[in-house]
Design a protein around this ligand. Structure first.
Ligand SMILES: Nc1ncnc2c1ncn2[C@@H]1O[C@H](COP(=O)(O)OP(=O)(O)OP(=O)(O)O)[C@@H](O)[C@H]1O
Length: 281
């Protein structure tokens, strides 16, 4: 709920996302190779890695947009193809040009986030309007409700798309590069909005090249390389992800010798029987 409710949505720690041995081919080319990923309730996971490493495809697979050629995806404990209450998911895709000639107002775009929760052709009820208002407040755009989306800057348009996802009151939110091409004040506004959502108990999976102001929110980093999970563990600084480390499968040593936090950190190991010597290259 987008209400001041600090209680987490889930009472147990059963995974919200379970990707098991998932493979995806696109255009006849293997893009994801035997990916495993588990996300627990309330976690904020940053999915990182170089261009073309497969980050977006992981998210597209988890949200059912890219078909599996092998393996399984479960959300909220249910196989993806049997999940009916899809309103529990929110998805802010990459580089959405909401302006593109569509004369929609900010309010209309954010209100469209309620469609999965409403019965067809019913007017918005008080709960709908409250959720829309709250989402606009969270992203700091209440004063722009009547404006055409096309009149907003790219960063503000991205905030509109975040508000649209927030209005649907998702338990699990995916964002693909929400800060790409967004100026710093808008990145900070996005971070504030996501912090609030996290405090309300949502589980968040974020695809990002660089975390910038989002870094303090991240509980866990997963780094993709060549369609595989190369690292799964404690958050990494942007420079670590983009340094030489992910030129190879990486074993992470935490700087102060602290144990990697939080959930079951895993480093994909070359000893993994599924890996072949040439596989990670
Ligand atoms: N529909 C498609 N058909 C064929 N190949 C695709 C398709 N979509 C993505 N790919 C390829 O899959 C690989 C992984 O793409 P993906 O977008 O998942 O990577 P990414 O890590 O998100 O990259 P970026 O950071 O550039 O968005 C790339 O080589 C890309 O060219």
């Amino acid at each position: 709920m987008i209400t001041p409710d600090p209680a987490p949505t889930h009472v147990d720690d059963s995974p919200v996302v379970e990707v098991r041995d998932a493979s995806v081919s696109l255009g006849g080319r293997p893009i994801l190779r035997r990916v495993d990923l588990t996300v627990h309730p309330g976690e904020f996971v940053a999915l990182m890695g170089a261009n073309g490493s497969g980050k977006s495809t992981v998210v597209r697979t988890i949200t059912g947009l890219a078909p599996l050629t092998g393996g399984e995806v479960r959300l909220f404990g249910t196989p993806l193809d049997r999940l009916h209450d899809r309103h529990r998911l929110g998805f802010v895709p990459q580089r959405v040009g909401v302006g593109g000639g569509v004369p929609a107002s900010v309010w209309e775009v954010v209100a469209s986030g309620r469609l999965t929760r409403r019965r067809w052709l019913r007017p918005f009820n008080a709960a709908d309007r409250a959720a829309i208002r709250s989402a606009l407040e969270v992203v700091g755009l209440s004063h722009r409700v009547r404006d055409g989306v096309a009149t907003l800057s790219g960063g503000q348009q991205q905030r509109v798309m975040i508000a649209r996802a927030l209005a649907s009151e998702p338990e699990l939110l995916f964002l693909d590069e929400p800060t790409a091409g967004v100026d710093l004040p808008n990145q900070v506004a996005l971070a504030d909005a996501l912090r609030l959502l996290k405090e309300r108990g949502a589980t968040i999976v974020l695809v990002a090249h660089e975390l910038g102001p989002l870094a303090p929110l991240v509980d866990r980093a997963v780094v993709m390389r060549d369609g595989r999970v190369a690292y799964d563990g404690a958050p990494l600084a942007d420079h670590e992800v983009h340094g030489p480390l992910f030129g190879e499968i990486h074993t992470h040593h935490h700087p102060e010798g602290e144990p990697a936090k939080p959930h079951r950190p895993q480093v994909a190991s070359p000893l993994d029987p599924r890996e072949t010597p040439e596989a990670g290259r």
